[in-house]
Design a protein around this ligand. Structure first.
Ligand code: SAM
Length: 372
């Protein structure tokens, strides 16, 4: 299922809106109908979202009209045959994220008392009842609701530099070679690709928790995550480390040696998909305990599938960048392959019965998927 901002002026979208009207009109008297027409939805103050199924057919829509100090949700509709999949929630989440990114933090709506499913959905998403607003009057055929969105989630502490430094001071026991490797990477033009020390500590702990001996790493860069995991493995442990760029990895090698774990890191230079397929062809399915996926995003799905085959039951896949700086929660442009790939994989893993899953909102988002 894909949600994107599109023009409402398309035959199949107009058909959706006609079906919404056909559903609502018999419920209320004419003066209590407040559905806006296509011409209004085409105005520049309107954002119109369309949900499409795998075949590309439009199956749901919703809009926000930006008015004086608030946005109004309009024309929310999901085809009856497509209900029960959380599509309404996803449409509203996309519109809320879009509204927030435009500085609008108050969304209002008008619905009707004979639509208890819609009212229940809005209430579950944090909309509370209020009186009429704008040009609405106190109509018994109307239910008015409103949600005030905070600019940031209040479920997490705002992590300023002082608090983050405190968390690192108290949650990370870095080996001197890890600190030296971070220092050696600091001035690299792609230093931002390196995982953070708290994520390194988490991965080391996870490796110990799953009793890892053989692990896979897809995306080594200068080798901080490989070093973190190698330090946590037993003396005969091994990290099958995949990367395509020798220059990056050469920065890390002296630090692996300084930590005394170079012998545990089995570097394979070349496209990771080829390396993993070669492992499978060599009969290594089920032989690995943990895998870390942190390379090209378009390749993630292929890596995930190979890693699932290579892991034993109870093994753990750690997927990095699953929140992608927040971009996964907003409709992606058709040419934004990385965001689209991450959105598709996040959807897939969430529904994947082969794994137990938790998505952690740390760093750039980390998914833990334990093979059942
Ligand atoms: C985000 S960085 C990895 C960061 C690393 N885990 C760390 O802790 O510093 C991504 C790496 O993936 C590598 N990469 C990109 N495409 C690849 C591919 N097809 N196969 C293997 N590695 C690839 C890049 O060369 C880069 O070093």
């Amino acid at each position: 299922m894909r949600i994107a901002f599109e023009s409402p002026d398309q035959p199949e979208v107009i058909a959706l809106i006609d079906e919404l009207d056909a559903h609502q009109k018999p419920l209320y008297p004419a003066e209590s109908h407040h559905g806006v027409d296509i011409a209004t939805l085409l105005q520049p103050n309107v954002r119109f979202a369309v949900a499409r199924d795998e075949s590309g057919a439009a199956v749901g829509c919703a809009a926000v009209m930006f008015l004086d100090g608030y946005g109004e949700l309009k024309r929310m509709f999901v085809l009856p045959s497509q209900r029960g999949q959380g599509l309404g929630r996803k449409l509203i989440a996309a519109l809320e994220a879009d509204a927030r990114s435009r500085g609008c933090t108050v969304l209002r709506l008008e619905t009707g008392p004979l639509q208890p499913e819609a009212i229940g959905l809005y209430a579950a998403l944090g909309y509370v009842r209020r009186g009429p607003f704008g040009e609405y009057w106190n109509d018994p055929h109307s239910v008015f609701m409103e949600k005030t969105m905070t600019a940031m989630s209040d479920r997490y502490l705002p992590l300023d530099d002082t608090l983050f430094a405190y968390a690192l001071d108290h949650g990370v026991r870095e080996h001197p070679a890890q600190a030296a490797l971070r220092e050696a990477t600091r001035s690299h033009p792609h230093a931002g690709m390196q995982i953070s020390p708290d994520q390194g500590a988490l991965m080391a702990l996870l490796a110990k928790l799953v009793g890892a001996r053989n692990t896979i790493e897809i995306g080594v860069f200068t080798g901080y995550s490989a070093l973190s995991v190698a330090l946590a493995l037993p003396a005969d442990g091994r990290v099958l480390a995949c990367d395509i760029n020798d220059d990056y990895v050469n920065i890390g090698k002296p630090h692996w040696a300084a930590a005394g774990v170079a012998h545990k890191i089995d570097l394979r230079l070349g496209p990771a998909l080829q390396t993993l397929d070669a492992c499978l062809a060599a009969g290594e399915a089920g032989r690995y305990d943990m895998a870390f996926i942190d390379a090209d995003k378009a390749g993630y799905d292929g890596y995930y599938e190979r890693c699932l085959s290579l892991l034993r039951s109870g093994g753990l896949i750690v997927v990095d960048n699953v929140l992608w700086s927040g971009r996964v929660a907003r409709p992606a442009a058709a040419d934004d392959r990385d965001t689209l790939a991450l959105q598709a994989l996040n959807d897939k893993i969430h529904g994947d019965e082969r794994v137990d899953v938790a998505m952690l909102a740390i760093s750039d988002g980390v998914t833990l998927a334990r093979k059942r």
